[in-house]
Write a protein that binds this ligand. Structure first.
Ligand code: GLU
Length: 478
């Protein structure tokens, strides 16, 4: 068998979708598993839809996920260039062979004419299609018109009423009737190929053996098969990967229901390793059913024929769980490095190292840092009534606060052990209800009902701020 070569062929028309990143991972892993190559090709032939900086953004996001390509932009291999806009002469050359072999033809129809044809077809309830007006223009005549500077496109001559069959690795045989396929434009009037032409020529010339792409391309595949046949080229293996559904399982994952770009997850503090692990287990299970796995495990085990053709929900609960698993695996040094971009400028940096061990367990994403640590430095904001919860009287709480302030003020040194001992002694000596007292204290010093362990937290907040907050609580009650 040929050397396995897979590819991802994104268009720079917007931010890369998480679904595309998941598909990219499959292509990457499959190539690695077989000792082959994974290529990155930029399909930038739709200049109207291209976004500024899009080509670079694609490369950046793939690398932020910790992945890389063997051939592609910046890594020129034997089959470059890998950016379609730099391959226009190749498309021209290849499409000429289709014309020479009567598999394609020049079309000089104006936009206005095409619009009229379409309108008439719709009015008579026909599916809109090109009416083959230019199909029979003599080749020499067409060449003359072209050299006279007339605008033209090149169209595929789709054979009538032919069954077009291809095998999809996940779905088996798929057949379309060619009557359903329009005479596709292959080369546009601006000299750029359409997606269909570019993708087929490049996948062939770049010796791609396996095409794994989103299932939204299934309906394009018969057009590609026709092109492979027209060129007389061998078909690669196709696998169309199901799209993700929204986390609620309803409908294709869409912006309307939350984040969808691959970058937005990292920007929110999901770790690339957790994202990749999540992509691995969506729609595919390991033989041993273990869900936490490394990229290396995946490369050793992943086989696209085991993928299900059913769409799966983007299970955010599972992703959150996995992200927590990966965050807890980090050493404190690693955590500090990764979380730094999420630390607000107002956060007192000198407390960072002490805070991290207190919150590591509770972080679902790195982006939770701010919310989990606000009380270490910011102003508190809680309802006064909460201080009185489970207390016999307001007077008792006032007394508890005053006594605690006194005890903390008289601590000789600021150490966790002394702090803890002194507060525990207070509670025991006065026989205060433990739950009530500690909950009140927690609320007064953090403004929250749930925090990391109370004394560690108080210790990191620091003596002055603790006293200030206990006094503020007293003021609220007086
Ligand atoms: N340029 C297409 C895209 O943006 C590539 C589709 C394919 O993989 O064939 O997704």
């Amino acid at each position: 068998m040929n050397q396995v070569r897979t590819r991802m062929a994104p268009s720079p028309t917007g931010e890369m979708h998480v679904g595309s990143m998941a598909t990219l991972l499959k292509n990457y892993a499959f190539a690695k598993r077989n000792g082959g190559q994974f290529l990155l090709r930029i399909e930038d032939t739709d200049k109207e839809r291209e976004v500024a900086g899009g080509v670079q953004a694609i490369q950046d996001i793939i690398r932020r996920y910790g992945l890389d390509w063997d051939e592609g932009p910046g890594k020129e291999g034997e089959y470059g260039p890998y950016i379609q806009s730099q391959r226009l002469d190749i498309y021209k050359r290849e499409v000429q062979s289709l014309i020479d072999n009567d598999k394609a033809y020049y079309c000089f129809c104006s936009k206005e004419r095409l619009a009229e044809v379409k309108e008439t077809q719709i009015a008579s309830k026909q599916p809109p299609h090109y009416d083959r007006h230019c199909l029979n223009i003599d080749k020499e005549e067409a060449k003359r018109r072209v050299s006279n500077g007339e605008d033209y496109v090149i169209r595929l001559k789709v054979p009538a009423n032919q069954e077009i069959t291809f095998t999809d690795l996940l779905r088996g045989e798929i057949t379309f009737n060619s009557n359903l396929i329009d005479d596709q434009v292959l080369l546009k009037s601006d000299g750029y190929p359409t997606y269909h032409l570019g993708v087929v020529i490049d996948d062939h010339l770049m010796k791609i053996t396996h095409i794994m792409r989103g299932e939204e391309w299934i309906s394009s595949t018969p057009k590609h098969v026709l092109l492979y046949q027209a060129f007389g080229w061998e078909l690669p293996v196709f696998a169309h990967i199901p799209v993700f559904l929204n986390p609620d399982g309803k409908g294709k994952m869409s912006k309307r229901k939350g984040m969808v770009s691959a970058a937005s997850f990292l920007d929110r503090g999901y770790l690339p390793e957790a994202m990749l692990n999540f992509f691995m287990i969506l729609g595919w299970a390991r033989k041993n059913q273990e869900e936490v796995m490394t990229l290396e495990d995946y490369i050793n085990e992943f086989d696209p024929s085991d993928l299900s053709s059913n769409s799966v929900a983007f299970d955010i609960v599972k992703l959150n769980w996995l992200n927590g698993v990966y965050i807890r695996k980090l050493s404190l040094e690693q955590l500090e490095e990764k979380i730094t971009p999420f630390v607000p400028v107002t956060f007192p940096k000198e407390k960072l190292a002490a805070v991290l061990p207190l919150i590591q367990e509770r972080l679902v994403t790195l982006g939770d840092f701010e919310i989990l640590t606000k009380f270490f430095y910011g102003d508190l904001n809680y309802e006064t009534d909460l201080l009185l919860k489970k207390a016999e009287s307001k007077e008792l709480v006032i007394k508890q606060l005053e006594t605690a302030i006194g005890a903390i003020n008289s601590l000789k040194s600021w150490s966790l052990v002394d702090l803890e001992t002194s507060i525990h002694t207070l509670q025991e000596k006065n026989d205060w209800h433990r739950g009530q007292f500690f909950m009140m204290l927690r609320l007064a010093v953090t403004g929250e009902k749930a925090t990391p362990p109370l004394f560690e937290t108080m210790f990191v907040i620091g003596k002055d701020l603790i006293i200030k907050r206990l006094e503020e609580a007293l003021n609220k009650l007086n």
